[in-house]
Design a protein around this ligand. Structure first.
Ligand SMILES: [Zn+2]
Length: 168
């Protein structure tokens, strides 16, 4: 899983092998049936990374304050959508060595942890979209434009149809 996070399967020669290429990954996304998520706790800090392996992670507390962020997922490439989640969460887990971890995170890091831990329960961010016919379809080369356009983006994909196609 760490190889995947650090992009060892990515053959791009310009890639910096010390920098993660994925901000979050959960074991079942790779067909591994274990409760393990890997997250970059420095997701909100540009140019930094703080990769943490979380074993048996559990959310122990969620704030009532809700924030809305644009989410995507390596399991459903090119699909993006605005999701509302708690702005701060507390998480208990074990690290790779079996030491107890207690995380108290907010903002992007809180969003990432909720996204990844839901993977372990088979839930994807698209399951939270208010209108599943209006997920945003953004190809990688369009992402920069999409970010600028924010919610005014007008290219939508109907997630319910997409999921049916993937199951065929
Ligand atoms: Zn995901």
């Amino acid at each position: 899983m760490l190889d995947e996070v650090y992009g060892k399967n990515n053959k791009d020669q310009n890639r910096n092998t010390n920098q993660p290429t994925v901000v979050g990954l959960s074991a079942n996304q790779m067909g591994v049936n274990k409760r393990i998520s890997i997250v970059d706790l420095a997701i909100s800090l540009k140019g930094y990374s703080n990769i943490q392996v979380l074993v048996n992670p559990e959310i122990t507390w969620k704030s009532k304050t809700i924030i809305e962020r644009l989410e995507g997922c390596v399991s459903i490439p090119s699909v993006w959508g605005y999701v509302k989640r708690s702005g701060r969460v507390k998480v208990n887990a074990l690290d790779r060595a079996g030491n107890k971890l207690q995380l108290d995170v907010k903002g992007w890091t809180a969003v990432l942890l909720q996204h990844e831990l839901e993977h372990l329960n088979g839930i994807l961010f698209i399951d939270h979209l208010e209108d599943p016919t209006k997920a945003h379809l953004v190809q990688p080369d369009e992402y920069r434009v999409h970010k600028l356009a924010k919610k005014n983006w007008n290219k939508f994909v109907d997630i319910s149809k997409l999921v049916k196609l993937q199951n065929k």
